[in-house]
Write a protein that binds this ligand. Structure first.
Ligand code: AMP
Length: 308
């Protein structure tokens, strides 16, 4: 099987009439949109499958998760990516309708990244009109994002549990950018005995520190210029803790002040928490985390950093 360096290389192969090679490469991703077909492929696969659940509009952050999944799958394993904008995890009036869905670009992204299986169901395919069972984590989900977005993690846990059943992976990769989500999925897998290893992946950033996110494309030019303040504020919190500051209010005030220097920023939350329990703490101890959610206009961005 020929692996192309990039789209230009593939294009050149087609131009040079190496159509067979080009088609062979294109055929590599199996795309499923029905639960039945995806489930059948899982049952007959027999390979070590590693899953990367996403909502699409794929970017370098997702690319890194796919790379880690490929490594975890091994040479004989397979990488599955799911793309599903899950209505259950959006509050009414949130950005569910306008969430980007660049279907062709995502398909191409998966091809170039060497994904084996792409599962891309519709909402109707995933949820029966009268569906009435959901999965709820009852401790970690009560702080940070869970407090700001009631019901969000019920939506996340429910869809991830469904994806785990449908695609039957041995492992799944989640980003540390969504730190609370990663912790909750680990808890769900532990408490409900899913035989699935959960792998955390470090946050991928733009050159100026902004965490890559599908929602970054909502930012207008003025907002885009100001968003690096989030990373700067988190680094400042980390620096203060590394230099011996232990008091949460001191650290958080300094970070808050930096964020306030960006006139378009509006803080939703900025908290110091224990990285395991996600409960707010007053004093920095080993395994602490500063997490934030900040609006720029309508766009809500989240990020976090370990301290000290
Ligand atoms: P999403 O498509 O935003 O739901 O994200 C799908 C997965 O990609 C989640 O596990 C996210 O934590 C992860 N992810 C999103 N952005 C990044 C990033 N910048 N770096 C690493 N992982 C990310």
């Amino acid at each position: 099987m020929v692996a192309f360096k990039d789209a230009a290389h593939r294009g050149a192969a087609i131009a040079e009439s190496c159509l067979a090679c080009a088609l062979a490469d294109y055929r590599k991703v199996q795309i499923f949109s029905s639960v039945r077909e995806a489930g059948a492929s899982s049952r007959k696969s027999g390979k070590r499958r590693v899953l990367v659940p996403t909502m699409g509009a794929l970017h370098r952050g997702h690319g890194e998760l796919i790379r880690i999944a490929r490594e975890a799958a091994g040479p004989d394993g397979e990488v599955a990516v799911s793309i599903f904008v899950n209505p259950l995890q959006f509050a009414p009036g949130a950005d569910y309708e306008k969430y980007p869905r660049p279907k062709k670009d995502d398909e191409e992204f998966c091809r170039s990244a060497g994904v084996d299986i792409l599962f891309r169901p519709s909402a109707k395919e995933m949820y029966a009109a009268d569906f009435s069972v959901s999965v709820e984590e009852g401790f970690l989900a009560n702080t940070l994002e869970g407090k700001s977005r009631p019901g969000h993690f019920r939506g996340v846990c429910t869809v991830v549990a469904k994806l785990f059943h449908i695609l039957a992976p041995r492992a799944a990769v989640f980003g540390e950018k969504d730190f609370q989500q990663l912790a909750i999925i680990q808890r769900m897998v532990r408490d409900l005995n899913f035989p699935i290893e959960i792998i955390g992946a470090p946050t991928v950033r733009e050159g100026d520190g902004l965490a890559c996110s599908s929602r970054n494309r909502y930012l207008n030019q003025a907002e885009r210029q100001q968003v690096p303040v989030l990373r700067a504020a988190l680094l400042e919190a980390q620096r203060m803790a590394a230099q011996g500051e232990r008091a949460a209010p001191m650290i958080l005030d300094a970070a808050r002040e930096m964020i306030a220097s960006a006139p378009l920023a509006r803080i939703d939350y900025l908290e110091l928490v224990n990285a395991e329990t996600l409960q707010p703490i007053d004093i920095v101890r080993p395994n602490s985390l500063v997490a934030l959610a900040v609006f720029f206009g309508q766009t809500r961005l989240i990020d976090n950093i370990r301290v000290p």
